[in-house]
Design a protein around this ligand. Structure first.
Ligand code: PAF
Length: 295
């Protein structure tokens, strides 16, 4: 679904400044800071879609200037995960960011972020341990480390993340709170295709049969949401129905389908709002996640 651009986009603006080194980034940030600008950061791994662009639009509405980082962060991929096949369509990404009137695009090489001798990492908060943390044990250590580095390097006032990576957004919120990082975190709603599939850079790997099975994630979340809204408060029953629906829907492998506390991600026996319903499943060779928050 196309995201409406904020009115600011109507005004003529130059192409974004593309920076690759820390020196170039520092110069660009100094320039914005000297003008007293409020800086928004949208951290990405590229392969941009309307979900990312919704974050850019939110940043443009709330900030004076917007920086987008494109960095496929190796430390958040385990050996055997899809680091090497992760899509990297840099030319089309840059066109999208120019159309979206981004001010600065930071595209560092891996040795700019992790130079030789860089051995410090962030121990992620407790909320990282369950769910994705169980399926991908080193993932949030890598995410928290790179995100903190991006916050420090860009000196942004606000950073924008998508709700699709719900646990990631909690990890970042908790890290910022626990380590007193001076930045505001904004989490923007999930953007879906017309058929309900949550947008993801990995959706390009889905063939037509896989895509059909992938739709069972959003359909299952819708069904579970209706059950709860109609009064079902035994979370174990809801989770059993979710598991059944996903298996019948054709997912290849189910990592989890849970009803959890929206802030701590503790699994619940009894539904006590606010809760989050979360799914991670493999469809073919592609791992997908989706969620819905019920307040
Ligand atoms: O959500 C992502 O794309 C990545 O995890 C992030 C936040 C850019 C860190 O590499």
């Amino acid at each position: 679904m196309p995201i409406p651009e904020p009115e600011k986009a109507a005004t003529e603006k130059a192409a974004p400044e593309i920076v690759r080194t820390l020196y170039e980034l520092d110069m660009a940030i100094d320039h914005l800071r000297n003008k007293g600008q409020r800086i928004g950061l949208v951290p990405t791994m590229g392969a941009l879609h309307d979900g990312h662009l919704s974050l850019v639009h939110a940043s443009r509405r709330q900030c004076d200037s917007t920086i987008v980082s494109i960095f496929v962060n190796p430390t958040q991929f385990a050996p055997g995960e899809d680091l090497t096949r992760y899509p990297r369509p840099i030319e089309s990404d840059l066109r999208l960011l120019a159309d979206a009137h981004v001010d600065v695009v930071f595209i560092p090489a891996a040795n700019v972020i992790y130079p030789d001798g860089c051995t410090t990492a962030v121990d992620p908060p407790r909320v990282a341990a369950a769910l994705e943390g169980e399926s991908r044990p080193a993932h949030f250590r890598g995410v928290a480390t790179v995100v903190l580095k991006l916050f420090n390097l860009t000196r942004a006032d606000v950073a924008f993340f998508g709700q699709k990576d719900y646990q990631q957004s909690l990890v970042i919120r908790h890290m910022v709170r626990d380590l007193n990082v001076p930045i505001d975190i904004v989490v923007c709603p999930i953007v879906r295709d017309d058929d309900g599939l949550a947008l993801s850079s990995r959706n390009i790997f889905l063939g037509s049969t896989d895509r059909k099975a992938a739709l069972s994630l959003s359909r299952t979340l819708g069904m579970a949401e209706s059950m709860i809204r109609q009064g079902e408060n035994d979370a174990r029953i809801v989770m059993a129905e979710m598991t059944q629906a996903l298996i019948e829907g054709g997912v290849t492998e189910l990592d989890y389908a849970v009803v959890a506390d929206a802030d701590t991600l503790q699994w619940l026996d009894e539904v006590r709002l606010p809760v989050v319903l979360l799914i991670a499943a493999r469809v073919g060779t592609t791992r997908l996640i989706d969620n819905v928050v019920l307040n």
